[in-house]
Design a protein around this ligand. Structure first.
Ligand SMILES: [Zn+2]
Length: 423
């Protein structure tokens, strides 16, 4: 079963020459996705391939329109021009669809990371439950395929971002409280939709789904460079509720059913208030935007989780504006949230022992008020070996990495299965 965010099998080729060949093609493509255009010498060295083998493999990839020879550049110090090998952008495309309750954020791009199109397609009010949502999803897929065709490209892979819990191995939505969905075989359904499109998409489109947070994490780590991708990383993000992810051994860790890294629902206060998830005293109840806003405003200002999702920008701006004006209630609540951030970082670090801890999403936008209390909390606990070398890093909290991450994951899915482009 294809899955973009799972590790590629290494050495497990079953002894088949065809498998070994596909595996080597995959390694060349992976190096290009990771590092951009590379010379033949660099590729040979990175992939552990001899010059003759590499030449044949590159010829195969060029025939499939997966790579091209980039414009010649002078080889430094040698005086002889050399043509680096680059991922090809002219024939194949990938897409990412973020399935929000009231909109579908649709991006289409090429394997080399160029974004061809981004659109926010509205889903009308009153669309309740997944069955009612499916026609909108089908329309978005048709639109994505149409954009690919208009540019003379064929769609190879689609990633579906879920606001909630997803089992990417099984291809199922586990639960999305904000969308009102539970247990649904989304991957198979989307395969069916692609097969039924009037313009005819070959049954060869790879389809994967994942929690939105894992896509955002993937984009952040990828942008940090090759070294960062070798490190063990814990990630805390989320656009309106606390979410997280784990990156280890160069891949996203999903756990047994896709829920690894859901730090928002670690119980830190068993007698505390009720959480969205039905339990009491989750991190979400202490650090979640809804609870924070409620404590700062003295009223239930968000209603349902869906309403919170829609109002998140306004609520965050209001909290920041009040804090900037020196509002003592907001400042003390943000300080307290920072302390809980420190407690969460410590708990997660003790379990995962990461080298980097990335804070992103709305929590990162509150950085100037939460970072210091978080660091103070970490200092006050006393360092476990898992904490002492930890690098705590704040991103800017913008939402773009989610879409970049979906296109990247889709490209990685093609890389893991280059035979998809053999048609
Ligand atoms: Zn919870």
């Amino acid at each position: 079963m294809p899955s973009a965010l799972r590790p590629m099998p290494i050495g497990d080729t079953g002894g088949s020459i065809v498998n070994l060949r596909e595996h080597n093609l995959s390694r060349i493509l992976a190096a290009l996705v990771s590092s951009g255009p590379l010379s033949r010498a660099e590729l040979a060295s990175r992939c552990g391939l001899g010059v003759t083998a590499l030449t044949k493999l590159i010829a195969d990839l060029r025939e499939r329109d997966l790579v091209v020879e980039a414009a010649e550049v002078a080889a430094p110090g040698r005086g002889r021009p050399t043509s680096p090998i680059a991922l090809a952008g002219h024939r194949w495309a990938v897409a990412g669809l973020m399935l929000d309750r009231r909109s579908i954020g649709m991006s289409v791009g090429t394997l080399d990371g160029t974004v061809l199109s981004f659109e926010e397609l509205p889903v009308p009010d009153g669309t309740d439950g997944i069955e009612a949502y499916l026609p909108h999803l089908a329309a978005a897929l048709e639109r994505a395929v149409g954009i690919c065709h208009a540019g003379g490209r064929q769609l190879l892979a689609v990633e579906l971002g879920i606001a909630g819990a997803a089992d990417s191995g099984a291809g199922e939505v586990v639960r999305s409280i904000v969308n009102g969905w539970s247990r649904f075989p989304l991957r198979d359904t989307v395969h069916g939709m692609l097969g039924a499109l009037p313009r005819g998409v070959a049954g060869t489109v790879l389809v994967n789904l994942d929690r939105e947070t894992n896509y955002a994490m993937l984009a952040r780590i990828h942008r940090s460079g090759p070294e960062a991708r070798e490190r063990t990383v814990a990630y805390l993000g989320g656009r309106y509720a606390v979410s997280g992810g784990i990156f280890s051994r160069s891949t996203v860790e999903h756990g047994s059913s896709g829920l690894a890294g859901e730090f928002g629902h670690v119980v830190v206060d068993p007698t505390g208030r009720q959480c969205w998830c039905g339990r009491r005293g989750c991190v979400e109840t202490r650090l979640g935007l809804a609870g924070l806003y409620e404590r700062c405003s003295g009223r239930e200002g968000y209603g349902s989780l869906a309403a919170l999702a829609a109002k998140r920008g306004r609520m965050l701006d209001e909290l920041l504006a009040r804090a900037d004006e020196g509002d003592s209630l907001v400042l003390s609540q943000l300080g307290e949230a920072g302390r809980w951030l420190g407690i969460t970082v410590d708990t997660v670090a003790a379990v995962i022992n990461p080298q980097d801890f990335i804070v992103d999403g709305y929590v990162a936008r509150l950085r100037r008020y939460v970072e210091l209390p978080a660091r103070r909390q970490l200092d006050s606990i006393g360092a476990l070996p898992s904490i002492s070398a930890l690098r705590l890093r704040f991103e800017d909290g913008s939402e773009q990495p989610l879409h970049r991450g979906m296109l990247l994951a889709a490209a990685q899915a093609v890389v893991a299965e280059p035979s998809i482009a053999a048609t």
